[in-house]
Design a protein around this ligand. Structure first.
Ligand code: UDX
Length: 433
């Protein structure tokens, strides 16, 4: 998020980006991108070439800035609650920078943080380390973002909304002016609320989207009980109601990624701390946690005991168009398959299993063909375009026994079940005719 924000802002503004990882800073200053993200490399190169963009590990590099964005990570503590250590450290560093500022800089909290963080954590730390007062010495505004991995650049360049939670009128004017200068006529609708309101918009959005995914996965389980019943049809029937809408009703192996699981855990822990019933969020997580187990149970039900069999897992990334495996459902699936004694071969065009995850015995194949060759079962875990383009004959020609479990529901069952033993999450097995 920080990197996407920086390269996008550099299209118009002089932008200095700080990271404590000095190796990454060197990498970025030489134009090399550390992640798989569409459109990132050309913007990075353009920003560096124009000299409007630079990276440093020294906080002093952002001295003199008109606006400073806190875009650090907010991981989970052991108990699921939010870990604000990076937010604290960034606030102290920024305070040190604005101490010497002759202007009145604006600080924007863009990291996902639980309600009250900007007021109770960021503001006092900025005030302490700068010796200045919020409102007179510097501006402060909660400003969550909603970018998705894989479309981070597009989402930053053309967001659907801007959410601002300013601490005072001056901060609101400065933040609005900044975005008007950046987006011009394309400035998206802006919601202005309190800092806590802005912080809640982010948790509300992510929780509701994740709930939809778990909800449709629940419906998918029922569909599997009835021959020929497909959750895609059911989701269409539900989603055509304009009050509901069709997005985020794709059944599959569950949601992963760097945001949904951690944010819902953090929000749930936060609600618990307030003695507010968070069981709705716990159910969303429980359904999601169970989904990989369900994929493996389906695999076993369709392919028989997995011990000694070669299983091809197509896709490791938590979704297509990213190399990110954080909280990817492929990880527990691979783990369970190994525990069942299967010989697991994986292929992903951009991602690999994290080192030291105890999954080293899974073989990383150099290509889809190698992954499928001689396999007894294939499981599609990520909806990469490359996998969608596969035809039944590809599986037939390469696999020992062509059993295909489509956990992402990317194939047309009518075409695939003609020649393969084709099964999909959310689809009741067709009655044998
Ligand atoms: C999400 C939010 O969409 C974004 O607004 C926020 O800023 C960060 O978190 P991201 O994590 O990039 O973005 O992925 P997203 O596209 O939302 O998908 C999250 C997970 O849900 C993925 O594992 C995806 O495969 C899964 N998903 C999504 C489904 O299983 N079904 C769906 O219908 C939609």
């Amino acid at each position: 998020m920080g990197l996407s924000t920086a390269v996008c802002f550099a299209a118009k503004f002089h932008t200095a980006a700080i990271d404590i990882d000095s190796a990454r800073v060197v990498q970025l200053n030489s134009g090399r991108v550390p992640i798989h993200e569409k459109g990132l490399k050309p913007l990075l190169e353009k920003g560096l070439k124009s000299r409007r963009l630079s990276f440093s590990s020294e906080p002093s590099a952002v001295e003199g800035s008109d606006a400073l964005f806190i875009a650090v990570g907010t991981p989970s503590n052991q108990d699921g609650s939010i870990d604000l250590a990076q937010v604290r450290a960034a606030s102290v560093d920024i305070g040190g920078v604005i101490k010497r500022a002759p202007n009145k800089p604006l600080v924007m909290v863009r990291s996902t943080v639980i309600p009250g963080t900007a007021r109770e954590v960021v503001k006092p730390l900025l005030e302490q380390s700068s010796g200045k007062t919020c409102g007179t010495g510097f501006g402060l505004c909660s400003n969550p973002e909603f970018l998705r991995e894989g479309t981070a650049i597009q989402d930053t360049m053309l967001p659907q909304r801007i959410v601002l939670g300013p601490f005072d009128d001056g901060s609101l004017h400065a933040a609005s002016a900044l975005y008007r200068r950046f987006y011009g006529k394309k400035t998206p609708p802006t919601v202005v609320t309190t800092p806590e309101g802005a912080e809640l918009v982010k948790y509300g959005s992510n929780s509701l989207l994740a709930s939809r995914v778990s909800f449709i996965n629940l419906i998918a389980r029922v569909c599997e009980l009835f021959p020929g019943t497909d959750v895609g049809d059911v989701a269409l029937g539900i989603g055509l109601d304009p009050r509901i809408g069709r997005q985020f009703l794709q059944a599959g192996p569950g949601f992963g990624g760097s945001c949904f699981p951690k944010d819902i855990r953090a929000f749930s822990a936060y609600l618990e701390g307030l003695a507010i019933d968070s069981s709705i969020l716990k159910s969303v997580l429980r359904i999601n946690d169970f989904q990989p187990e369900h994929v493996v149970a389906l695999a076993e039900a369709k392919a028989g005991p997995l011990g000694g069999k070669k299983v091809a897992v197509l896709g490791l990334a938590f979704k297509a168009e990213t190399g990110d495996v954080r909280e990817s459902r492929s990880i527990p699936v691979v783990k369970m398959l190994l525990e069942k004694g299967a010989s697991v071969h994986t292929y992903d065009p951009a991602a690999s299993l994290p080192k030291g995850s105890g999954l080293d015995s899974a073989v990383r194949s150099p290509s889809v063909s190698e992954c499928l060759r001689g396999a007894d079962l294939a499981i599609v875990m990520t909806a990469w375009r490359q996998f969608k383009a596969l035809r039944p004959r590809d599986f037939q020609a390469l696999m020992r026994t062509p059993v295909l479990l489509d956990a992402r529901r990317v194939y047309d069952p009518k075409v695939f079940s003609r020649t393969l033993q084709y099964f999909a999450v959310g689809r009741g097995e067709d009655e044998k005719r």
